[in-house]
Design a protein around this ligand. Structure first.
Ligand SMILES: CC(C)(COP(=O)(O)OP(=O)(O)OC[C@H]1O[C@@H](n2cnc3c(N)ncnc32)[C@H](O)[C@@H]1OP(=O)(O)O)[C@@H](O)C(=O)NCCC(=O)NCCS
Length: 220
């Protein structure tokens, strides 16, 4: 089955590697917005303008995966939506080295990397990156457009709402509601519900600031 990846960043390279080595999909090309094209190839595959994508890779013949990283979380959500509007069918990458239960419900355009454990009844929405060795405990719910960094843990019955960033090795305790656009710093332990746009850090995590205006932007 033929697949087009939206993106030409490090994360797109990583997803190209995973799809090529650990899926039934063949990556036939990449696309980004015209203004971001500096060469007509990326990783030896055609790199085409998103504005003309339907002519080159029509949605009835090619599947799509949007591979946009975490640096600007609102942009991740916006770019995914643009490809949904063009009627592409988005597929998931689910590592063969992850542990998924048949009771899990998983949406579209998710990257579920090596060593991830989804306990029974966990639900994953659309366009999430669940990184290496993350554990999502039973009945937990990850909504849409989130990034969960390696070695994090989300407790049972907890809900992570939309467009949240959970830094490396964080623990979110059970039965919590983590509201839209919450940023959790690496190594934090969150033991209370968050409010929208909170930046939380530390053990136990405390509110450091709020990023309502620009959303979550991760430098470096
Ligand atoms: C959250 C993060 C993005 C903050 O970076 P930043 O915007 O540059 O913020 P700063 O480093 O200026 O920190 C702001 C405040 O939060 C505190 N803080 C930041 N990260 C913290 C952490 N992990 N634990 C405790 N406190 C932390 C800082 O000490 C600082 O406090 P101060 O104002 O009293 O000095 C960064 O700490 C982080 O965790 N990055 C995620 C890394 C990661 O998981 N990457 C995944 C790549 S795959």
């Amino acid at each position: 089955m033929k697949l087009v990846i939206y993106g030409n960043s490090d994360f797109a390279e990583l997803m190209y590697y995973y799809f090529t080595n650990d899926s039934k999909y063949e990556v036939v090309g990449f696309c980004v917005d015209k203004d971001f094209i500096k060469s007509d190839k990326f990783l030896d595959r055609p790199l085409v303008p998103f504005e003309e994508i339907e002519k080159i890779f029509p949605p009835n013949e090619y599947k799509m995966f949007v591979a946009v990283g975490y640096k600007n979380m609102r942009l991740r959500a916006k770019l995914y939506k643009k490809t949904v509007d063009k009627k592409y069918e988005h597929i998931n990458y689910i590592s063969s080295k992850s542990i998924i239960d048949e009771s899990n419900i998983i949406g579209k355009n998710n990257a579920i990397l090596h060593g991830v454990v989804l306990e029974p009844f966990a639900k994953i929405g659309d366009n999430n990156i669940i990184n290496t060795n993350v554990t999502i405990c039973h009945h937990a719910k990850i909504m849409n457009d989130c990034f969960i960094a390696a070695k994090s843990l989300v407790g049972g019955f907890t809900t992570i709402k939309n467009n949240c960033f959970i830094g490396f090795s964080s623990t979110i305790l059970q039965k919590l509601i983590i509201e839209d656009e919450t940023l959790v710093a690496a190594g934090s332990i969150v033991n209370k519900n968050s409010s929208k746009f909170d930046f939380l850090a530390g053990i136990p995590a405390k509110v450091v600031s709020n990023h309502k205006e620009n959303g979550i932007e991760i430098k470096g």
